[in-house]
Design a binder for this molecule. Sequence first.
Ligand SMILES: C[S@@+](CC[C@H](N)C(=O)[O-])C[C@H]1O[C@@H](n2cnc3c(N)ncnc32)[C@H](O)[C@@H]1O
Length: 223
Amino acid sequence: MAEIPGWLTEGQARMLWDAVQRLPAGATVVEIGSHQGRSTIVLGHAARTVGATVVAIDAFVDGRLFGGASTRDLFEANIAAAGLEDVVELVVGYSTRLRPHWTRPFELLYVDGKHDYWTYVDDLRWSTHLPEGGEILVHDCFSSIGVTAGTLDKVLLGSRYRYLDRSRSLARFTVRRPDLTDRLRVAAQLPWFVGNVFLKVLLRLRLRTVAGWFGHHGPYDPF
Ligand SMILES: C[S@@+](CC[C@H](N)C(=O)[O-])C[C@H]1O[C@@H](n2cnc3c(N)ncnc32)[C@H](O)[C@@H]1O
């Protein structure tokens, strides 16, 4: 994973790995947003150890950030180099277009696709295919404004998802009715979110040195 560009930290990779380790043999993981395969390779190697498989969904969106068709080539080369072609199945398309027609059940959902409120909330609806107690991992939670708004709406105020924990911006939810304590634990993440928005404003204003005073180093938004 370390050789593949992307936004997943080592601690977050560990969290993905551990989530797959809790799955039974024959299980399926669905990943929305694979990019060059940094997270897919972690999921894929973990899946192999338990006898699971990974469905990687990506539209390979054009543009400077995600790179379009050439990113697909890199993804396929990275999966092949990792020896994971028999574990990882690539499905090319927009998650929001695929979801209404999807019928295959799966046991773990990893959401790291488009980060606006509407797409993220739609991506959460893939969890209708999860069993009760199934886990959902969400990247850029409490760092992206769209993902955080969706989390406040559907997790803090909703009745279907329970917040478990997080590694920086990688949050873990389960499909279970939340109680008041679960909701309060979501609210307790908001100061961290406010700090991240503050850092993003500094980065947009090109004040990287000032962001460094607050412990944020490098050009990327906090993740
Ligand atoms: C943040 S990157 C994923 C990073 C990846 N998980 C990793 O660890 O490197 C987001 C990816 O989602 C894809 N994407 C954006 N919107 C999408 C959508 N609606 N459906 C499917 N993929 C989408 C982009 O093409 C991009 O590759």
